[in-house]
Design a protein around this ligand. Structure first.
Ligand code: CUA
Length: 352
């Protein structure tokens, strides 16, 4: 017996066990972006379709493998036995053509049904949110409410929402896995052929059933910081949502009291040029090239989900965001004095 034939079976066994352990480890843990725990009917339908297709294909797989193993054993080569030879068998040929065709039809029916369901029009009174993809952040506009925010979308639980997806530059893709489905953000110029003329957006509609924070991200490669284009959906009770809307419409600290550090920061914010790209409701800052900063102090992160929302990271971001986010289109401000920086950050953090 050679060395190889002695050690191979044991090596294979150890390798299989290690592989199974690694696979098993993948089943544990907390996955905020799992499609398997949807909180909308849309997500539930998609998940059910996936589960049913998975188990039907498993059944087919088991049948095929059982047959295969049976044939391998039953018709294995044996000394002195000459196998019978067949040429052509109409029944078998019709069977292996019709069988798979039937399976495809069986899989098609629930799939098409679910596809149509995911494109159902939202009701008239749905909350409209325009989700605009930018390289590399998300703009969320609420036209019925007159507010705009970025990267963190607030939604009321129990009310249908009509998310209208578009892009300011290249193709992006909205994906918040626990809300179900993903859908493209097309720039108007790259709309798919045949899209109805007046509609310059794609749409995804659902009702969130459970309060919580649901993270998502861009799911279409859109340039060097594509992987850093994240978002958070905060689903809250209608009362909490209304309070958030009021805070966004008339932010309490937009123009800070005279003599405070925040006021010093507010003045520096206007002076150094932030307002060319950024807006804060209730102030003269109305720039629209970058994220709206109303409520920035309460956002879960900065830089579209990139960094914790702390003074230290804000300073790093303002000085040179491209250092932490490749390709970031925000201008660098290396020359802001430490005093101004501290004040600007105090101001931004007070916007909540
Ligand atoms: Cu936007 Cu990828």
């Amino acid at each position: 017996m050679s060395f190889l034939s002695r050690t191979l079976p044991r090596t294979l066994a150890v390798a299989s066990i290690a592989m199974l352990a690694a696979l098993w480890a993948g089943c544990a843990g907390d996955y905020p972006q799992s499609t398997f725990s949807p909180v909308t009917e849309l997500g539930v339908r998609i998940n059910e379709l996936f589960a049913s297709l998975f188990w039907w294909t498993m059944l087919v797989l088991v049948i095929v493998f059982v047959l295969l193993v049976y044939i391998l054993i039953r018709f294995r080569s044996r000394p002195g036995v000459e196998p019978k030879k067949f040429y052509g068998n109409n029944l078998a040929e019709i069977g292996w053509t019709l069988g798979p065709a039937m399976i495809v039809v069986i899989l098609l029916v629930p799939t098409v049904r679910t596809i149509f369901y995911t494109y159902e029009e939202p009701p008239e009174d749905a909350l409209v949110v325009e989700a605009v993809g930018h390289q590399w952040w998300w703009e969320f506009r609420y036209p019925q409410l007159g507010i705009i925010t970025a990267n963190e979308m607030h939604l009321p639980v129990g009310r249908p929402v009509d998310i209208r997806l578009s892009s300011a530059d290249v193709i992006h893709n909205w994906w918040v896995p626990r809300l179900g489905g993903k859908r493209y953000n097309y720039p108007i110029a790259a709309r798919p052929q045949g899209a109805p003329e007046p509609k310059n957006y794609e749409r995804i509609s659902f009702t969130v059933n459970e309060p919580g924070q649901y993270s998502g991200q861009c799911a279409e490669f859109c340039g060097e910081s594509h992987a850093l284009m994240r978002m958070m959906v905060v689903a809250e009770s209608p009362e909490e949502f209304d309070a958030w809307v009021q805070g966004m419409k008339a932010p309490a600290n937009a123009v800070p009291a005279a003599g405070t550090l925040e006021e010093q920061g507010y003045n520096a914010f206007l002076r150094v040029g932030c307002t060319a790209c950024h807006a804060v409701a209730g102030t003269p800052a109305m720039g629209r090239l970058g994220p709206d900063l109303t409520g920035i102090g309460s956002r879960w992160k900065i830089g579209a989900g990139l960094l914790p929302n702390t003074a230290e990271h804000l300073a790093k971001w303002i000085r040179n965001s491209a250092e932490v986010k490749p390709g970031s289109k925000m201008l660098a401000f290396p020359n802001i004095t430490d005093e101004d920086m501290t004040a600007i950050i105090a101001y931004l953090q007070s916007l909540r």
